[in-house]
Design a protein around this ligand. Structure first.
Ligand code: SAH
Length: 363
């Protein structure tokens, strides 16, 4: 059963069936509840008018629906919007909506993407990342993960097409709740989002990658690599001391065996840290050994942290090494307004739709 306090969005259909059976209610009531939640999108149990008064009162006594209060909303209808949501214990999380045609030459039509958080804070202490600065507070429940998507749709009236777990937190350090949330997001009785439209991004928790590989859903995997050798990676990502690059790649082979699907490497370019052409050459070799592609991300400056993005020629030189080695690699450069800055420290990455071949990357 999901975490307490119980959020209705965090219950699976099977949970509802069990809940109804325990109360001597017929099974079909479970189906009615999920229809009210995910199809009719009611925001209170009182609106579930085909349930008896008594049953509605029991639901009210045990659950909240899960719509989250928005403390702050930045951005406008046609740009990236960042929600600051408040949880029941007053903690705040960020969820970012990237509109269908924010920029990127209009390539993104119909591809509204939501970047969701998986934890309050983060324990992994990547040296360049703002999320870890305040340390780790707690895991989000499955309900709190699904609530971000439901609330974003409720508030904007838009339909989310893609979900990326690239907000606050390390999703694979919250594997049980993550898996439950993915199930609800994917289920036809739930949010009915295609598994291929959901990308889990990890700093490289090898054993958890192997576990996630076995769930029967074709979700996508993105790896925050950010260094091609242990020396470079360790300097900015302490997790590498626990799971070296070799260990990580073992896990990725397991993933590939199960999913037979392309893995994405995210590689932030940080000046003087990981942006040498030598790193690029080693990266190319590594990536070649797997069915994978690379998204290069010029670093977004974080206040209080010393790191900087390399200049454009250095970014291009890095990209060129990859494309010369026939690696599918793209570079994400903002045009017009800086949508990355708009979403603060959170790194937004859409698995599909942003990409163009390395040779035609914007210069
Ligand atoms: N913990 C997970 C998911 C959250 S971070 C992970 O590590 O993948 C999502 C992505 O944003 C990661 O690739 C992360 O390395 C990147 N990121 C963090 N801070 C950034 C910054 N200042 N500029 C660019 N990307 C950043």
């Amino acid at each position: 059963m999901p975490d307490s306090p119980q959020i209705a969005y965090g219950m699976t259909l099977d949970d509802w069936i069990e809940w109804m059976e325990e109360r001597d209610q017929p099974k079909f009531r479970a189906k009615q509840v999920v229809e009210w939640l995910f199809e009719k999108r009611v925001s209170s149990f009182d609106e579930m008018t085909n349930l008896s008064r008594d049953l509605r009162d029991q639901l009210i006594g045990e659950f909240t629906i899960g719509l989250l209060p928005t403390v702050r909303l930045t951005g406008s209808q046609d740009t990236t919007r960042k929600f600051l949501f408040q949880l029941h214990d007053s903690r705040l999380i960020e969820t970012v909506k990237i509109p269908a045609n924010a920029n990127f030459d209009g390539e993104r039509s119909g591809r509204l993407t939501l970047c969701v958080s998986s934890q309050v804070g983060c324990a992994y202490d990547c040296k360049f990342c703002a999320s870890g600065l305040a340390g780790f507070t707690r895991n989000l429940s499955a309900g709190e993960i699904v609530s971000q998507v439901m609330t974003a749709e409720h508030e904007t009236g838009d339909k989310v097409r893609n979900i990326v777990f690239m907000g606050m937190g390390e999703p694979l350090a919250n594997l049980t709740n993550l898996t439950r949330a993915l199930t609800i997001l994917n289920a036809d009785w739930g949010m009915n989002l295609g598994a291929r439209h959901m990308t889990v991004s990890t700093s490289g928790l090898a054993p958890q990658i192997e576990k996630l590989a076995t769930i029967p859903m074709q979700i996508r995997l993105a790896i925050s690599l950010h260094g091609a050798t242990d020396g470079v990676r360790e300097r900015i990502m302490p997790v590498n001391k626990k799971y070296s690059i070799n260990r990580l790649f073992e896990a990725l082979e397991v993933w590939f065996r199960h999913k037979k699907q392309m893995i994405t490497f995210e590689y932030i370019l940080i000046e003087g840290v990981n942006d040498s052409v030598e790193q690029a050459a080693i990266l190319a070799k590594r990536v070649k050994s797997l069915h994978a592609k690379v998204n290069l991300i010029p670093y977004n400056t974080v206040e209080g942290l010393p790191w900087k993005r390399p200049d454009i020629p250095a970014q291009d030189a890095f990209l060129r090494v990859l494309s010369n080695a026939n690696i599918t690699a793209t570079i994400r450069r903002e045009k017009g307004h800086d949508i990355d800055a708009a979403c603060g420290q959170l790194r937004l990455q859409e698995d599909e739709g942003l990409e163009r071949p390395a040779s035609s990357a914007q210069g």
